[in-house]
Design a protein around this ligand. Structure first.
Ligand SMILES: [Zn+2]
Ligand SMILES: [Zn+2]
Length: 294
């Protein structure tokens, strides 16, 4: 079984091109998962445009993509109208909702292509763009178990897990874990204590080979941005330790963070993991990075 993950967009909130973001990248969220021949796409930020072009370069035709959206804030859907396979007649894009009969994301994607916002109508796309849903408790798609969980974000947002033959990858952005720490009072007094993440997220991420998590803010930044929908990156470390995650990719980097600033954020996460005794490997998600899941 071949299981690959590739990052096409790792920036939160707004595309941030320029000389200060060349290492970690400036495109908004988009992740590609390839499990054998099946293609899964998480989020359609501006990175989705790059993925579309690459699929064509690979000679991938027809494109059949199973698409999952965390939520419909702009940074997670703005790449969709520029996803070239959507314009090709033989492509098939399946847009998943998170509960039985849920067609919300299909509707939101078509809404952002209304004429006030975009010149080409959703109905004029060449591809077959069809809604589907994950049912009550997830769905097996091309042999991969896919599940969703509601997260702590305005909207809300949804995290997704993809699992086959015991190999599990979790994509979990925008999720303000800090809002519901189970030992909130204790960690408010001592931020160095292990922060107990909400139990449902620990269970959802349990045993993942890779957790791709929203770690938008440094500890200092978070002090002024509580309730904005994103956690301290360091809190993701604590979640990963509690869930026995092997590798943690911090993503959704704040647009104000230069490459140097992201590096500092990741160093702080690594130091925390070491101090707390966790075995998790922490790194900053970087545009163009590809990982094989063993
Ligand atoms: Zn976002
Ligand atoms: Zn958001």
């Amino acid at each position: 079984m071949n299981f690959f993950v590739k990052f096409w967009g790792t920036r939160g909130s707004i595309p941030t091109p320029g000389s200060l973001t060349q290492v970690f990248g400036g495109n908004t969220p988009c992740i590609e998962l390839r499990v054998d021949d099946a293609l899964f796409v998480c989020d359609g930020g501006s990175g989705l445009r790059e993925l579309g072009l690459d699929l064509l370069r690979r000679g991938k035709s027809p494109v059949v993509a199973h698409m999952f959206f965390s939520h419909a804030h702009w940074d997670h859907i703005q790449g969709f109208p520029f996803f070239v396979p959507a314009f090709l007649k033989d492509s098939s894009l399946i847009i998943y909702g998170t509960s039985p009969g849920d067609t919300k994301f299909h509707k939101l994607l078509s809404g952002q292509m209304e004429s006030d916002y975009f010149p080409v109508a959703f109905g004029d796309l060449g591809a077959r763009v069809a809604p589907d849903d994950l049912g009550q408790a997830g769905k097996r798609i091309a042999g991969v178990e896919v599940r969703a969980i509601a997260q702590l974000h305005h909207g809300p947002s949804y995290g997704y897990s993809f699992e086959k033959d015991g190999r599990k990858v979790v994509y979990a952005t925008d999720n303000e874990l800090d809002l519901e720490l189970e030992n909130a009072a204790e960690v408010a007094a001592d931020p160095d204590l292990l922060r107990h993440a909400p139990r449902r997220y620990v269970e959802f991420c349990q045993g993942a080979r890779l957790l791709i998590a929203d770690g938008q803010y440094t500890d200092a930044e978070y002090a002024n941005k509580r309730t904005w929908g994103h956690p301290r990156a360091t809190t993701c470390v604590d979640l990963a330790i509690q869930a026995g995650v092997e590798q943690l990719a911090i993503t959704h980097h704040d647009p104000l963070q230069s490459d140097d600033k992201v590096r500092e954020k990741i160093e702080a996460c690594r130091a925390r993991a070491q101090r707390l005794g966790g075995k998790v490997q922490v790194f900053g998600a970087r545009e163009g990075m590809e990982l094989k899941i063993d």
